[in-house]
Design a protein around this ligand. Structure first.
Ligand SMILES: NC(=O)c1ccc[n+]([C@@H]2O[C@H](COP(=O)([O-])OP(=O)(O)OC[C@H]3O[C@@H](n4cnc5c(N)ncnc54)[C@H](O)[C@@H]3O)[C@@H](O)[C@H]2O)c1
Ligand SMILES: [Zn+2]
Ligand SMILES: [Zn+2]
Length: 347
């Protein structure tokens, strides 16, 4: 089969590799029907994730058809249409028993396209198939469900639910990439008074208007803190969500939250960010952060099936599986191409 293989910083190739087979009896081998690229894959290609070594097949998001299953797989059958999630769960360890699958101690967590071969391939081996795949509901497209493999649960769990968004809240989201937009879409489910999108790119702010933001701020030109304070009688946002991953935006998010408010960090930070406790200690704020667990995936599947979230809005570009080079190029130049999510399909 063919797969997108990482060959060290800056190097990747769509090349011939052995087709995966069932190794452990809890595995499934899934034929990849639709797959996408994540911002994290771009980080890997820059060499930022040293756990990914030469020869690894990239990718941690897919929708596909089950080809074969191990003898220990009970719920997943050959021919099933399944979502392959970015998080794999052993289902039995302490963290899995608490729904914190991202922290799995039994060999799961974020492993696809990281510690083991991933989904950017014609076929993928999925460990712990019963607890790491989800049946695709009837009447929902592959590309819509594909958005539930990573970005939607991340924005919803690490942004909206950790931030405890409630009806009537003012929710400020710093960063309007796919993750920030997912947080905006998720926040809308709770009838907030306002969703404020903050980004440096006007193209991303235009997208934010389509994803539920009613106020957009370009913080390259405008003072985001002043605008949010004007909107809230000088108090600040009930919930500030950080969806960029650089020190400035984390500090901005902490300033945006009102006394008693919540700051939910989603961004993956590569550099130290300052926590200004000298200002924050008196403000009764709650700061949360974390890796997505994907415990919300069943809820999001029902919301997608009921058209309460329109996940296909993220898909800006389509490619065939053997066009990975072009797809990475378009996704990697999002500021010029307007790409949010690119989808590659076999058909
Ligand atoms: N916690 C998790 O489990 C998890 C999962 C997936 C992704 N992430 C992280 O979420 C973050 C966002 O991911 P994404 O795919 O949406 O990234 P992205 O790069 O597509 O979007 C980031 C956005 O931030 C904007 N931005 C950059 N600097 C800014 C600044 N100073 N002020 C305001 N806006 C600024 C950019 O214009 C861009 O629109 C990344 O750090 C990613 O690694 C976290
Ligand atoms: Zn990802
Ligand atoms: Zn586990």
């Amino acid at each position: 089969m063919r797969a997108l293989v990482y060959h060290g910083p800056g190097k990747k190739a769509w090349e011939e590799v052995p087709k995966p087979v069932v190794v452990d009896d809890t595995d499934a081998v899934v034929r990849v029907d639709a797959v996408t690229i994540c911002g994290t894959d771009l980080h890997i290609l820059k060499g930022d994730v040293p756990a990914v070594t030469d020869g690894r097949i990239l990718g941690h998001e897919a929708v596909g058809t089950v080809e074969s299953v191990g003898a220990g797989v009970k719920n997943v059958k050959v021919g099933d249409r399944v979502l392959v999630s970015c998080i794999t769960a052993c289902g039995a360890c302490r963290y899995c028993r608490e729904g914190s699958y991202g922290q799995c101690l039994g060999g799961g967590g974020w492993i696809l396209g990281h510690k083991i071969n991933g989904t950017q391939a014609e076929y993928v081996r999925v460990p712990f198939a019963d607890t790491s795949t989800y049946q695709v509901p009837a009447g929902v497209s592959d590309e819509q469900i594909l958005m539930l493999a990573d970005i939607l649960p991340t924005g919803y769990e690490v942004g909206v639910l950790n931030g405890t968004v409630r009806p009537g809240d003012v929710v400020a989201v710093v960063g309007a990439g796919p993750i920030g937009l997912s947080a905006m879409m998720g926040a809308r489910l709770f009838s907030p008074a306002h969703v404020v999108a903050i980004d440096l790119a006007d193209s991303r702010l235009d997208a934010a208007k389509q994803f539920g933001a009613d106020i957009v701020i370009n913080n390259g030109r405008e003072d985001a803190l002043a605008v949010v304070r004007d909107l809230t009688d000088g108090l600040g946002a009930d919930v500030a969500i950080e969806a960029v991953g650089v020190p400035e935006t984390f500090e901005l998010a902490t300033q945006l939250a009102r006394p008693g408010g919540h700051i939910a960090n989603i961004g993956v930070h590569g550099k130290p960010a300052t926590l200004h406790l000298e200002d924050l200690w008196i403000r009764n704020v709650t700061i949360t952060t974390g890796l997505v667990d994907t415990y919300s995936t069943p809820t999001l599947l029902r919301l997608a099936q009921g058209h309460q979230i329109e996940a296909d809005r993220f898909v800006t570009h389509h490619f065939h599986l053997d066009q990975f080079e072009e797809a990475y190029d378009v996704f990697g130049r999002a500021a010029d191409t307007g790409a949010l999510k690119v989808v590659l399909t076999r058909a």
